[in-house]
Each structure stands twice: as structure tokens, then as C-alpha cells.
Ligand binder design. Structure first.
Ligand code: CP
Ligand code: NVA
Length: 305
């Protein structure tokens, strides 16, 4: 693996390695063990959108691994003034060791990666949010064990988060039950590619049907970054797509609730669910740190004993 732009960039063996390395790195940091496997390495974060968790996890992770991070607000660089992505990639990648990018169209990160001399990580595009799904799967495994053959339910927008859940379905062997409003379905190519790889995916417009028997229920904001101006029309379209107690009652009694955050209580999730017993959202957020570290290590120095 050179770049990590979607979950299609890793295979089952690599995915399994990353999960177990994540657990090791989490244990090390909890025990106060100093682990500077990336001493002398520089990570550049090029962000064109807001971030809390992704930025903090990458910066803290790199610090804990002995490396350094440079945060670049894309608009404050020459990229924001129109310097070509390809030129920016050649220049930045000649000076740093790894680059994580948060941007709009997925084609931007692909073009950047094509010209980069160093690994490029997708820190969120309109198409995918693969780092988050690695953290989510790790969080499921921590709470409930192997996710293979389990059922993941998604209620809400057919967005970047859902695409990454779909991309990883065959990789981790979980089934997906998805409910989206008619006009907010996931990208048909993403679904078709996952099915070609053997993913078991059911798509409906009924949240209660999608939640039936699920082991994990997840959702996300109705209007992602870049779609804020559609908020009013989305509130109307998604009115019946809140993960609330009625939805959770359809799921398995041991089901857990996840949300990548930030969340809007009273919109895509009720306060009773996100702040309730089945919610693991705070562990999920913390695990972004441990996953980011495993990924950075893997891309820069490969598998560690
Ligand atoms: N979940 C997530 O990516 O959060 P941020 O937008 O705060 O980075
Ligand atoms: N779907 C959301 C995820 C934020 C972490 C967005 O793209 O804004």
C-alpha cells in the first residue's frame, strides 16, 4: 500500500494487521510507554474543511510516535490561490514524509496522490472517510469482538461515511442494512463494486426495516460539510430518518450505537440514544487517535513486530 485514499487500498491481511497494531499502540500509550517509531518524520495536514477529531488525532498521534506535524489551512497556502494540485504535490512531498488531506472532490486527493513522492492519507473527501471506519470497526471489536458476520445498520444520508462502511463490508465480512431517503442513496458505483467483492448489502427507505436485528447502528449528519445551504430541504427529506429509541428497539438487544461526530441531537439522532447506554461514541472518537498511529506507522515503516 502506498496511499490510503479509500478502504479499497487495503486487503484483508493489512486490515487485520492494522486492527491488532492499533490495540498494541493503545495499550502502550495507556501504560505510559514511550514509543518513538516515527522520530524525525514530518506529517503535513492539508485541510480545506473544518476538523476537530481528525486534526487532533493526527497531531497527537504523530507527537506520541516521536514525529512532527505541520498543519496547513489549504486556503492559506498557494493552493488556495490556484497553484495546481499537481505542482503543490510535487513540492510538498519533496519536503515531508507523509501527507493527510481533507478536501471536497475526491478527484483532488487522487490527483495529489498521483504526483506525491510520499504516502497520502484521505482525511475526508466528499466520497469517503476511510480513517473513521477503521476506528469504528476497531471500536466494535473492542466492545463486542469480531465484526465478521455481524450486521451493520446505517440510517440517513448516502454520504462519505456510508461509502466507507460499504467499501469495508467485504474486507471485514459484515452485512449491511441501509435506509436512506429516495434521493439521498449512496453512490451506485460504490455499492456495485462492493457487491462484486462479495459484500452483502440490503438497501431500503425504511429505517425500522434496516435496523432489524442489527448489531451496530450508525448514522451521520443530514447535511455534510459543503452541503450546509441544503440544510432546510434536507431537514424535510430526513424527518423520518432519526436514530431514536424506536429504531434501536428493532436492533439486537446487544447492539451498539456509533456516530463519527459532530452530531446534531434532535436531528439524525435523539439525545436519548447518543447519550444512552448503547452509545459508544466517545470511545469511537478516542480510537481515531490509536488508528491514526497504526496507519501512519504502517505507511512509513511497515509492519512492526
Ligand atoms: N469524525 C470526524 O472526522 O470529525 P472531525 O470533522 O472533527 O475531524
Ligand atoms: N459526513 C460528514 C462527516 C464529518 C466528519 C461530512 O462530510 O461533513
Amino acid at each position: 500500500m502506498k496511499h490510503f485514499l479509500t478502504l479499497q487500498d487495503i486487503d484483508q491481511q493489512q486490515a487485520a494487521y492494522l486492527l491488532q497494531r492499533c490495540a498494541q499502540l493503545k495499550t502502550k500509550v495507556k501504560q505510559g510507554e514511550v514509543h518513538h517509531s516515527l522520530a524525525g518524520k514530518m506529517l503535513a495536514l492539508i485541510f480545506d474543511k473544518a476538523s476537530t477529531r481528525t486534526r487532533v488525532s493526527f497531531e497527537t498521534g504523530m507527537f506520541q510516535l516521536g514525529g512532527s506535524t505541520m498543519f496547513l489551512d489549504a486556503q492559506a497556502t498557494q493552493i488556495g490561490r490556484g497553484e495546481p494540485i499537481e505542482d503543490s504535490s510535487r513540492v510538498i512531498s519533496s519536503m515531508v514524509d507523509v501527507i493527510a488531506i481533507r478536501t471536497h472532490e475526491h478527484s483532488i486527493i487522487q490527483r495529489f496522490a498521483d504526483y506525491s513522492k510520499v504516502p497520502v492519507i484521505n482525511a475526508l473527501t466528499e466520497l469517503a472517510h476511510p480513517c473513521q471506519i477503521l476506528a469504528d470497526v476497531f471500536t466494535y471489536v473492542e466492545h463486542r469482538g469480531d465484526i465478521h458476520s455481524k450486521t451493520v445498520c446505517w440510517v440517513g444520508d448516502g454520504n462519505n461515511m456510508l461509502h466507507s462502511w460499504i467499501n469495508a463490508a467485504a474486507l471485514f465480512g459484515y452485512r449491511m442494512q441501509i435506509a436512506c431517503p429516495e434521493n439521498y442513496m449512496p453512490d451506485a458505483d460504490v455499492v456495485a463494486q462492493a457487491k462484486l467483492l462479495g459484500a452483502d448489502i440490503e438497501i431500503t427507505t425504511d429505517p425500522l426495516e434496516a435496523a432489524t436485528g442489527a448489531d451496530l447502528v450508525s448514522t451521520d449528519v443530514w447535511a455534510s460539510m459543503g452541503h450546509e445551504q441544503e440544510q432546510a430541504q434536507r431537514v424535510a427529506a430526513f424527518a423520518n430518518y432519526q436514530v431514536n429509541t424506536a429504531v434501536m428497539q428493532q436492533a439486537d438487544h446487544a447492539a451498539i450505537f456509533m456516530h463519527c461526530l459532530p452530531a446534531h441531537r434532535g436531528e439524525e439522532v435523539s439525545a436519548a440514544v447518543i447519550d444512552g447506554q448503547q452509545s459508544v461514541v466517545w470511545d469511537e472518537a478516542e480510537n481515531r487517535l490509536h488508528v491514526q498511529k497504526a496507519l501512519l506507522e504502517y505507511l512509513l515503516i511497515g509492519e512492526q513486530a
